[in-house]
Design a binder for this molecule. Sequence first.
Ligand code: SF4
Length: 449
Amino acid sequence: MANPPMEDFARRLRPSTLEGIQSATVGRVRERVRLLPFVFADVEAARTQAASIKDEVLADLGGNLVRFEAACLKHGIQVHWALDAARAREIVLDLASRAEGRLVVKAKSMVTEEIHLNAFLEAAGFEVVETDLGEYVVQIDGDHPSHIVAPIIHKTRYEVARSFAQKGLGPYTEDPGELTLQARARLREKFRTASIGISGVNFGVVESGRLVLVENEGNSRLSTTAPSIHIAIMGIEKLIPREADLPLFLRLLAGSATAQRMTTYVHLISGPRREDESDGPREVHLVLLDNGRSAIRSGPYRDVLRCIRCGACLNVCPVYRQASGHAYRHPYSGPIGAVLTPLLEGLEKMGDLARASTLCGACEEVCPVKIPLPHHLLRLRDEAARQGLAPKGIPWSRFASVADEPPMWRSGLTLLPLASGLSEKGWSEVRAAPRREGRPFRRWWDERS
Ligand code: SF4
């Protein structure tokens, strides 16, 4: 396993970027703490209930998926199964190729980032336009999202302003309202002419077969209703059993992600346009993506699949705040990325991410579905060490042989004051080594007795 490049990313971040990430994440954490008690009489009980509902789904994931598929088919949603990313891309390409045009409008979706859908469709001759404002900025800059919920958390409005002016969206302005209007004017034209709309899915309701999408901008609504074909891509873990569970999850997601009681838009999609309806897509397709999730479900990391992608664990993570999302080298960043990415991509390739944590436990405390992320990070580190993938660290075996021999231990203690002055490369570059204070414990103990 290569040494983690995370520290290099952190060192290369410009002070303005770092400052932006820190103030945005700290602000979100504060707002979340302030809001949740107003939304839930008992926040802990709500989190426990949500975790247990997701566990209920995961316990019989196969059965729930079959029931969900049947409910979708009943009202005209065509269901496709994809074992891996390559199959999902092929399905989407096949469906998109049936449309009259080659223009695709896309709503914000982490799962499409996971399968690298844009590059694939573009290589096949399609024009793919991101319609979420943050994702659009990332796209025209040839950049990548750096946060699950806030894709341009790493950019300042001045950078966005420069980029819009360079790309000819309108005259240079630093006014966020004006910038939004410029993007809107460009995107409206795309919505009007696109023949394919692609989205993710926040929740799939097993009992009703409805696809639930949440957003704040209205672009998902246009992406899923204006084009004649809507293709939704959903990780197989995104199910919830009943419609009655929706209010809990919608409030937990909005509260944890953006400190809102409810997102501005909640879309409940139950199939294509009906005979008597004047708008909406003529076809709705759902691609159910496995891509390693079944394997995760059958192992010790199953509860990672409870994740509702709220991003709260990113906002609270001291490593994310120092390094930014790009340091994780994958669409899923922060603590959830540090666990999920090695599971999806392999320990050998991405196992170093599990070391990108102070194990402070803040991520688990804020997670709305109570995923024990620090526990999983430790387990991944242990697995990496057992497979010989961990980097050489402190030689604990030598420490153990000294600690096991009282005479050696005592002479070691006499040398301890010297150790305070030693500096270890890497460690002391960014930290002050603790200074030894007071008397040795043994002497204190002897004097006391
Ligand atoms: S792990 Fe928990 S806190 Fe992090 S994104 Fe998923 S649901 Fe949110």
